[in-house]
Design a protein around this ligand. Structure first.
Ligand SMILES: [Zn+2]
Ligand SMILES: [Zn+2]
Length: 104
C-alpha cells in the first residue's frame, strides 16, 4: 500500500477500528466510532503538529452556519480543538457517541 499523506484512512488508536477516508472531500480527523481524534495538525490536514497525543471528545458546540462541532481535548498537552461533525460520509459519526457528549 502506498503512503499518501492526505485524506487516507487510518486505524483509531483509541478503539482500534479501521476508519475510512471521508467521501465528500472534507478532511476526516476523528474516529466515527468513539469520536477520538489525534493531535497531529496545526491547521486542519497539515500534519504539522508534533504532539501526536490522543484527543478526547469533551463536548459539543453549535455554530450558526457551520452546525454542530465536536470539542476535542488533547490528553497529552491539553490543547482544545473544535472539529466539524462528519455527516455526509461513508462512515458518519456515531450518533450515540455524539449524544453522550451532551451528558458529560
Ligand atoms: Zn475510535
Ligand atoms: Zn497535544
Amino acid at each position: 500500500m502506498s503512503r499518501i499523506k492526505e485524506n487516507t484512512g487510518f486505524v483509531c488508536e483509541n478503539c482500534g477500528r479501521g476508519v475510512l477516508p471521508a467521501s465528500n472531500g472534507s478532511y476526516r480527523n476523528h474516529c466515527p466510532f468513539c469520536l477520538f481524534s489525534k493531535h497531529i495538525d496545526i491547521l486542519p490536514g497539515d500534519r504539522g503538529e508534533k504532539c501526536g497525543g490522543l484527543m478526547k471528545p469533551v463536548g459539543l458546540k453549535y455554530k450558526s452556519g457551520k452546525g454542530f462541532q465536536i470539542v476535542h481535548k488533547c490528553l497529552k498537552c491539553d490543547t482544545e480543538r473544535v472539529n466539524r461533525i462528519a455527516k455526509l460520509s461513508v462512515q458518519p459519526d456515531d450518533i450515540e457517541e455524539l449524544l453522550k457528549l451532551f451528558r458529560l
